[in-house]
Design a protein around this ligand. Structure first.
Ligand code: TLP
Length: 351
């Protein structure tokens, strides 16, 4: 049985062109900044994000952690959305390694930060009782908020509030090119509001590994030290970077296909009794939906889908996420939706 894996866009495999580029990459020792392929990728990334410099790190998690380490002294406070990936899905690294305190701010369903709460957080009086704020973090697209692209006007507002209080803004732009597509703009237009911006090669862009942090030359210099501290200094990393260069040249426009497939999936799932699909103003490559009934129904639904070769991820007991990506066709979407309809008929009580 052919598996339709909609758990994440992280499951994508490299394209044939990437594999060829990886095999033929010109290499050197990147800890000495002597890998020409890494250097080329970093230059491309910086240019695309409108920043002075960039640094390649192994993962999005490390990109965010390195950024937090460089922006924040120990004991500082980082302000971010309660549903931010860095708050919930990065194994507490910011606190465990960076010794920072996270102040969560309410996220709206569209992935925005509640501006009243944010203003309170950034404007809190400096008082020896409180950890000193050092950074604001935003996410775009916002994963747990349904993959929503966050508007430029909201980003501008968050940036203004942060900067007004002397705080830098870091953008977790793991899927920034999806955001750019949904907002009909370019990644640098999104990143312009942030002092530092990270994005991933290993999601919709289909590379096997790698994320880039982009910022000022001074920031990236410090990030090289923080990356080394975390054991992320890689040697002949051009093998990875070569795939990244192919991705930045060939895989960005293709994301439109993923958005269209996600739209189709949302439409199909939305017509199935017992499933409630979440709608976003600016959707991208994710579909979140809930299964009516309780956790048991949801777990039967999940198992039934799996038995039919369709993989999705539960985000809480009754809420699921499906992500479209390279390798998933509209025919796969139709098949997944038919399987979901069949399973919903059988597995959900009351249908
Ligand atoms: N997200 C993964 C899981 O960790 C949930 C996924 O399948 O979506 N920022 C954002 C917004 C992310 O969605 C992710 C990965 C990361 C950072 C971390 O990237 P990696 O997995 O490369 O460490």
């Amino acid at each position: 049985m052919e598996i339709i894996d909609l758990r994440s866009d992280t499951v994508t495999l490299p394209t044939p062109e990437m594999r060829k580029a990886m095999a033929q990459a010109e290499l050197g020792d990147d800890v000495y900044s002597e890998d020409p392929t890494v250097n080329r990728l970093e230059e491309m990334a910086a240019q695309m994000m409108g920043k002075e410099a960039a640094i390649l790190v192994p993962s999005g998690t490390m990109a965010n952690l390195v950024s937090i380490l460089v922006h924040c002294p120990r004991g500082a406070r980082v302000i971010m959305g309660a549903k931010a990936h860095s708050n919930l899905y990065e194994a507490g690294g910011a606190s465990a390694v960076g010794a920072v305190v996270i102040s969560p701010v309410r996220n709206t369903p569209e992935g925005e930060l509640d501006l009243v709460e944010l203003a309170e957080q950034v404007g809190a009086p400096l008082n020896p009782h409180f950890a000193r704020p050092a950074l604001v973090v935003m996410e775009n697209t916002h994963n747990l908020c349904g993959g929503a692209a966050v508007s430029l006007s909201h980003m501008a507002e968050v940036s203004r509030l942060a900067h007004e209080h002397g705080l830098p803004l870091h953008l977790d732009g793991a899927r920034v090119f999806n955001a750019a597509l949904a907002l009909e703009t370019t990644a640098d237009q999104i990143a312009q509001f942030a002092d530092t911006a990270a994005f991933c090669l290993s999601k919709g862009l289909a590379c096997p590994v790698g994320s880039l942090i982009c910022g000022s030359r001074a920031f990236v210099g410090e990030a090289r030290r923080a990356r080394k501290v975390l054991g992320g200094g890689m040697r002949q990393a051009g093998v990875i970077a070569a795939a990244g260069i192919v991705a930045l040249k060939t895989m960005i426009e293709r994301l439109a296909e993923d958005h269209e497939n996600a739209r189709l999936l949302a439409e199909r799932l939305g017509s199935i009794p017992g499933l409630v699909v979440e709608r976003r103003q600016r959707p991208t490559n994710m579909v979140f939906f809930s299964v009516a009934g309780g956790a048991q129904d949801a777990s039967r639904f999940h198992a039934g889908l799996k038995a039919r070769g369709v993989l999705m991820i539960p985000r809480d007991p009754t809420r699921f996420r499906a992500v479209t990506h390279y390798g998933i066709t509209s025919a796969d979407i139709e098949r997944a939706a038919s399987a979901a309809a069949e399973v919903a008929r059988q597995a959900l009580s009351g249908n």
